[in-house]
Ligand binder design. Structure first.
Ligand code: PLP
Length: 471
């Protein structure tokens, strides 16, 4: 290759402004039209995967294709090849349709593509993220010096909590790993915990056997007495308890562990107390529902996922801690080449990630546009949707088996109905609505969660009718 003159830029990757604007305008209209079609279609994917794989294989990347054509192809396949979280009758897992400001934020951060690793490269974005984190810390009632950072997920935030707990439990952990402890270590969460904890125990090096799944109280909440007993029993055997993780809004049933009682056990044993409020943390926005999370203010650290009930785009988690020094100790590193590596707030010096996307803008724009009050109304609306489903199903003889004021309902059908798994299978086959089977206290239950900000009463009626037809 000769050095000069330079070839022109690759136009397919970096089109000129006029061409770019034309594609963007078309894209805006194409997405709006697709969203309307999704509302009228089935919640479930209806794609023929055999045909699709053939189609996909035809992309051998030898001959470039026009971007417009590939965009249409991608939108069409997403339209038919996913369970639609954007459908108002997706009463599903914690996957929301994204708020509009969050979608706008992705577009803005995609355009500037700031590197959030350091405040030297991205002073304004890093400050914006810190501002949002502090806002949620304050909302949770944590002390004013609390800090934290955005994560790609709740799992990453929970993993961060374990690393912080280990780091605080023994100053030698940083250099020697778990060998630093006088005995094997253990962490505690409940039988109803989110299952990623098993992977977290594995990847952190404490091992899956170090995870204690504490018994629940028959209603899906951690039994605080059983927790206290497990901790003392472990200590008697020379095991070192490092972390208690309570759940505020279990994945299966929206239950909140006895946070204050567990915090007291943690404090007494000098054990790190983490509250996994990945989904339930959104309730902090509502004056009416934040009381459900009472005790969260006692936590050493908290996980809240904005990409769940706060409806940002995926994935947008938060790790918040009352101990501002702990993350700088747990994630410290020296790197001469990094701009302003002396700044203690640099995300790469305080978190798992290095290169980092501007995730926090999604929550900042949403919160700035809606205010706490708007987010509170969004959360309360979901709880109201679930209360309406509950009233209708109860009137038809279904029994409610969870006692949560958050927006998840677990029910069992009237006697003589098909098993829950079969009811869900039939309903999904009908495409009328989406809900899941979950395990609560060891048995299969039908789990209905309000995730969509625009679900209407007509959608509630349709869900109930679909369930009645399927049972
Ligand atoms: C969803 C969830 C997680 C995992 O979060 P991801 O963002 O999916 O990694 C952890 N804990 C609870 C309680 C959750 O609901």
């Amino acid at each position: 290759m000769s050095a000069e003159p330079l070839e022109p830029p690759v136009a397919a990757l970096f089109p000129e402004r006029a061409a770019r604007e034309q594609v963007e305008d078309r894209l805006t209209r194409a997405l709006a039209a697709a969203a309307e079609r999704v509302l009228k279609g089935p919640v479930m994917p209806d794609i023929d995967m055999t045909e699709f794989r053939r189609d996909l294989a035809a992309f051998d990347f030898a001959a470039p294709r026009p971007l417009d054509e590939v965009i249409d192809w991608a939108i069409g396949r997403l339209e038919h090849g996913t369970v639609h979280m954007t459908h108002p009758r997706y009463f599903g897992l914690f996957n929301p349709p994204a708020s509009f400001p969050a979608q706008v934020a992705d577009r803005i951060s995609g355009a500037f593509n700031p590197q959030l690793a350091s405040s030297g490269s991205s002073p304004a974005p890093v400050a914006i993220e810190q501002h949002v984190i502090r806002g949620f810390a304050q909302r949770a009632g944590l002390p004013g010096e609390s800090t934290g950072h955005f994560t790609t997920s709740g799992s990453e935030a929970n993993y961060t909590a374990l690393v912080c707990a280990l780091t605080r439990a023994d100053p030698k952990f940083a250099e020697e790993g778990v060998r630093a402890f006088p005995g094997p270590v253990a962490m505690y969460t409940s039988r109803e915990c989110q299952p990623a904890w098993h992977k977290i125990a594995h990847q952190s090096g404490i091992g899956r056997a170090a995870l204690r799944l504490i018994a629940t109280d028959g209603a899906g909440r951690m039994d605080a007495r059983a927790l206290a007993e497990a901790v003392s029993e472990d200590r008697r055997r020379g095991i070192v308890p490092v972390l208690i993780s309570t759940t505020a809004g279990t994945t299966g049933a929206g239950m909140v562990d006895p946070l204050a009682a567990c915090a007291a056990i943690a404090r007494e044993g000098n054990i790190w107390h983490h509250v996994d409020a990945a989904w339930g943390g959104a309730a902090l926005c509502s004056e009416r529902l934040r009381g459900e999370l009472a005790g969260i203010e006692l936590a050493d650290s908290v996980t809240i996922d904005a990409h769940k009930w706060l409806a940002t785009t995926m994935g947008c988690g938060m790790f918040i801690t009352r101990d501002p020094a702990i993350t700088s100790e747990a994630f410290r590193v020296g790197a001469e080449f990094m701009p302003s590596s002396a700044s203690s707030i640099d995300p790469y010096l305080n978190s798992v990630q290095w290169s980092r996307r501007f995730m926090g803008l999604r929550l900042f724009l949403s919160l700035a546009a809606a205010g706490w009050r708007g987010y509170g109304a969004h959360v309360e609306r979901a709880a109201q949707v679930i209360a309406s489903v509950e009233a209708r199903l109860a009137a038809l003889g279904w029994s409610v088996v969870n006692d949560s004021r958050l927006a998840i309902l677990c029910v069992l059908p009237p006697e003589g109905s098909a098993p829950v798994k079969e009811i869900v299978r039939r309903m999904l086959a009908s495409g009328r609505a989406w809900s899941a089977v979950a395990k609560l206290e060891g048995r299969d239950v039908l789990r209905i969660c309000a995730t969509h900000g625009e679900t209407s009463m007509a959608d509630v009626e349709e869900l109930v009718a679909a369930l009645e037809a399927a049972r």
